[in-house]
Write a protein that binds this ligand. Structure first.
Ligand code: BYC
Length: 328
């Protein structure tokens, strides 16, 4: 049977599919790639997972900047491993998005033409070695707060990818903390460098959680679908609560004179985040947006011969298998 609602035609299959989907979500169970799912659920997941994948890939640049200048061989090896992990995260996430029907080429095209979003945080520069510590401690710390609940996301391939990603992020966060701790136990100049990096990365790391709840158009629906488990503001609060004792151990000051625990509200009071800056960065006008995209685009163009060679090799292998079958 077929009915019409507005311009959408609804079939009996859709109705049964929707009922099955609703039951899976109500039971807090998982939707898998071959299951029926509402078009809007698919679209939201493609949006979030591809943005997340792009963030990992663009996120390699601010740290990649320091691989050749790391202060020791050990630091260089650790940083290389971390940046390589981020490439891996991008690949798991692109693969998870592909199970929803979008191709890797389409996602890449959206990124290099500037049509896709990626996390605002990667549009800030990394002028000193202490930035590697601040990124690990603050950026990966924020990523863990945001991503641990995503391990329970209702879409199977996304939730499963997040489990491994979170394990690696937790190593990343500790290596950042350890870089800052070493600097804070060093000379006055090193302590100043560490504090300056914390001052520059603190506010952008709070922006990673997205706009405030009353200005977050996607949250309500994503939470109803069990994709997001907590609101942007709740996760931001949780993150600040995690940072305060760690800042004390490090001996750094969090750059917010109004930050204090409020017993009455059971929340952290803090200064207003500069949302104008956040939306400027989202609009492509952050300090490093143009540079990040230029480097990504150049790398894609420079890698064209590798993709062509790999495709030619795959064709040759397939033809060889075909020939063997004919002979047999
Ligand atoms: N930057 O309705 P909202 C990493 C967009 S990688 C840019 O709250 P939603 C790492 C949002 O997309 C970290 N855009 O959206 C890697 C939406 O735009 P559209 C990346 C942002 O989806 C290497 C609009 O604003 N993490 O950790 O419900 C080295 C309205 O927002 C941002 C993830 O991607 C932002 N900060 O919630 C080191 C995690 N915030 O699409 C570390 C997965 C918001 O409607 N993603 N927007 O045009 C999420 O958890 C959610 O997508 C968000 C936003 C919490 C980010």
């Amino acid at each position: 049977m077929t009915t019409t609602q507005g311009s959408t035609t609804i079939t009996a299959d859709d109705e049964a599919g929707q009922a099955a989907f609703d039951a899976v979500i109500a039971a807090d169970s998982r939707i898998e790639p071959r299951d029926w799912m509402p078009a809007a659920y698919r679209k939201t997941l493609i949006r979030q997972i591809s943005q997340h994948a792009h963030s990992e890939i663009i996120g390699m640049q601010p740290e990649g900047n320091w691989i050749t200048r790391a202060p020791s061989l050990k630091r260089k090896a650790i940083l290389m491993a971390k940046v390589q992990d981020e490439a891996g995260h991008g690949l798991y996430l692109y693969s998870a998005a592909q199970t929803l029907g979008i191709t890797r080429d389409e996602m890449t095209e959206q990124l290099i033409t500037g049509r896709a979003k990626y996390s605002s945080i990667f549009n800030y520069p990394t002028p000193t070695w202490a930035d590697m510590g601040a990124i690990g401690w603050l950026v990966d710390g924020a990523a863990i707060c945001n991503q641990v609940p995503l391990c329970r996301a209702s879409y199977g391939p996304y939730g499963r990818a997040m489990v491994r990603i979170c394990k690696e992020e937790s190593f990343h966060q500790r290596q950042g903390f350890e870089i800052l701790l070493s600097l804070m136990q060093g000379t006055d100049a090193q302590r100043e460098m560490a504090q300056d990096a914390v001052d520059r990365w603190y506010w952008p790391s709070l922006m990673m959680f997205g706009p405030p709840d009353d200005a977050s158009p996607n949250s309500a629906q994503s939470m109803a679908w069990n994709i997001k488990r907590f609101s942007n503001d709740d996760l931001r609060q949780r993150f600040v609560g995690m940072l305060v004792p760690q800042a004390e151990v490090l001996g750094v000051t969090l750059p917010d004179p109004n930050l204090r625990w409020n017993d009455e509200t059971g929340r952290w009071d803090m200064s207003e985040i500069d949302w104008d800056e956040f939306f400027e960065v989202l609009a492509g006008r952050g300090p490093m947006n143009a540079e990040r995209l230029r480097i990504r685009r150049d790398a894609h163009e420079d890698g064209a011969w590798v993709r062509e060679a790999a495709a030619a090799y795959a064709r040759k292998q397939a033809a060889r298998v075909e020939d063997t079958r004919e002979v047999a």
